[in-house]
Design a protein around this ligand. Sequence first.
Ligand code: 2P0
Length: 352
Amino acid sequence: MSVYQATASAPVNIACIKYWGKRDTKLILPTNSSLSVTLHQDHLRSTTTSRADPSFESDRLWLNGKEEDIKAGGRMATCIAEMKRLRKEEVEDKQPNEPKLSSYHVHIASFNNFPTAAGLASSASGFAALVSSLAQLYKLPVSPSTLSLIARQGSGSACRSLYGGFVAWEQGTRADGLDSLAVEVAPQSHWPEMHALICVVSDDKKGTSSTSGMQRTVETSTLLQHRIAHVVPKRMAAISAAIKARDFDAFAQITMADSNQFHAVALDTEPPIFYMNDVSRAIIALIVEYNRVSVEKGHGRKAAYTYDAGPNAVIYTLKENVKEIIELIVRYFPQAVGSFKDVFGLFGGVDV
Ligand code: 2P0
């Protein structure tokens, strides 16, 4: 008897141009395009195994060893149903001899190798790994961009984890979402010197979830409307050009500006949302000063901070500066060794 099973893993991605706001909450269509760097090392990944079998009586899911409900009509159920639809359309309807896996139930087991509560994007790597493992199981002859259309319906930021390197999520204009997908801006090999240092300031679970926070911002923030219409389109073009030219100074300027504006629209929400804390702000001050000195010497900016929906800092820098920045952080935050749970060098591998 044949066993139909596949395992795939997907990494976390960290946005430089932030996704914050949906124009369609069911299809997860964003109010603006976004761009991220996919983190490459083994530290931050989800690994998912899917199995299809005619004896299974329902679709079932285990996360980190614990069974979770698959809510009817929910995001997980939607992703599984969409993948079964693709299997039928792309494989079974075209090759009648292929087994009818789309009619079998699936059992899915997924593990994160990092703490889910650390405020790092576990839903991004999780839904990307889910979709990748089902794509392998179903032997789907489709591109990562096509798979990103389905991962997007699990969690918006997940669509960007279908590619490595530098990835844009194009917001699209269609009501059915078929043009709201991830595209590769440049592979990791284009700029292998790029590193990301993750400073875990706090691993508390965040107060306001991204999903509900961003909808409140859409409903109440006037600054968001300005950002959508006048800021993000220019930044998407400028940061793509900076990446293609490997212009770190421009990349850093845009990345920090966009982090600042994302936290500004959170503050402009009613009631206001605060994700950064005093330590986050002190790290910003340190990076600003570090860059000021570098610019004064004629070297341009050497580091870029960015913050998501939580207080943890991600610092982008080039490999040649990693050691200096870690030393700087440890010098100014002597408690760092204890309170920064981890500082990972990604793309390269630097631990403190
Ligand atoms: C991002 N974030 O671009 C932004 C920056 C957080 C701040 O994507 O509702 O967990 O599942 O689509 O993807 C977090 O949003 O929200 C996020 P849903 P998601 O990475």
